[in-house]
Design a protein around this ligand. Structure first.
Ligand SMILES: Nc1nc2c(ncn2[C@@H]2O[C@H](COP(=O)(O)OP(=O)(O)O)[C@@H](O)[C@H]2O)c(=O)[nH]1
Ligand SMILES: [Mg+2]
Length: 301
């Protein structure tokens, strides 16, 4: 155990904001690890993902959330409610903003829900390297890419967390299973390698995940699409596309797990899989319909 000073702080810090504002990149920078999938495509992952940072003053569990927007429709209501549901259980909310002016008062309504629960909010402007304008009402500004403002952000977070000991073992990176991260990393690779070819909602299923005695990991994963034509495109001429995706994904997983990885990918067709529970598990947060309605009603959605 670390020797913990008397004013050690710990708690859950939810990072919220619109899609692409830089939530995952910021958390990656703060935990000094590239564990979270990042992409220029909105909604690489729709789950709330906790990542643990432990140092000699604090243990901060950052919760990455799906990007929130005032979109209508059952699907977006679930995404919105899922993100809010996890953020409403946090000790502190960090709301990320960029220099785009808000289109309406949606985020004011979002903030109201945290005020009601007496959860403090820290407003942080992201991507400060891209903008010379300071956003009104931001408490701090940071650039995750240039690593600017990060220590100040840590200090501001610690100040607002309750005093308390570690909640997880210091070496833990996340309470979420590694194989779940592998799903996100393969999806991230798909967005980079086959962005224009594959439908956004191609699902990834890790079918086998085995840690070998020699320290390597063996992974078998399936990429699921809805139609035979999509399968052909993903496999490519003579298997060239799937091979390229496999190599890129393996490198990505190896660099994150820091061990040799044997990855085999296959493509399968599952007609109408979006109606199945795979869709719910992978693209929908774990939340009841009643809870979705409750949270969305409170937001006037
Ligand atoms: N210039 C710049 N780009 C950034 C910064 N943080 C994130 N980005 C980019 O913004 C895009 C979306 O980032 P991501 O972390 O996936 O956003 P999220 O959807 O909020 O999780 C990616 O292309 C990032 O590289 C930053 O500090 N500066
Ligand atoms: Mg993200």
């Amino acid at each position: 155990m670390l020797e913990q000073p008397k004013d050690f702080r710990s708690g859950f810090v939810a990072i919220i904001g619109a899609p692409n504002v830089g939530k995952s990149t910021l958390i990656n920078t703060m935990i000094a690890d590239d564990f979270l999938a990042v992409s220029p495509v909105a909604q690489t992952t729709l789950h709330s993902t906790p990542l643990i940072h432990t140092d000699d003053q604090s243990q901060i569990i950052f919760v990455d959330t799906a990007g929130i927007l005032p979109f209508q429709g059952q699907y977006y209501r679930r995404v919105l409610a899922g993100a809010m549901n996890s953020a409403l259980q946090a000790d502190l909310v960090v709301r990320l903003v960029d220099d785009q002016p808000p289109k309406d008062d949606f985020f004011d309504r979002v903030e109201q829900l945290f005020h009601k629960r007496k959860i403090p909010i820290l407003r942080v402007q992201t991507k400060s390297d891209l903008s010379s304008e300071n956003v009104e009402n931001a408490d701090l500004s940071v650039s995750a890419l240039k690593k600017e403002g990060i220590e100040e952000l840590f200090a501001a977070i610690r100040e607002r967390l309750p005093e308390g000991g570690v909640l997880f073992p210091e070496d833990d990176l996340s309470p979420r299973a590694i194989r779940e991260f592998v799903v996100d990393w393969i999806r991230e690779t798909l967005f980079f390698e086959a962005r224009n070819e594959v439908p956004h909602a191609t699902f990834v299923e890790v079918e086998e995940y085995q840690e070998n005695p020699d320290g390597s990991v063996r992974i078998v994963a399936a990429l699921g699409v809805e139609r035979d034509t999509q399968k052909g495109i993903l496999i490519g001429k003579g298997g060239s596309k799937i091979k390229a995706i496999g190599i890129a994904a393996r490198k990505k997983i190896e660099s994150r797990l820091q061990c040799p990885v044997h990855l085999s990918l296959r493509v399968k067709v599952r007609k109408k899989w979006r109606n199945s529970d795979v869709f719910g598990r992978q693209f929908g947060p774990d939340i009841s319909d009643a809870e979705v309605d409750r949270i969305c009603n409170q937001l006037g959605m």
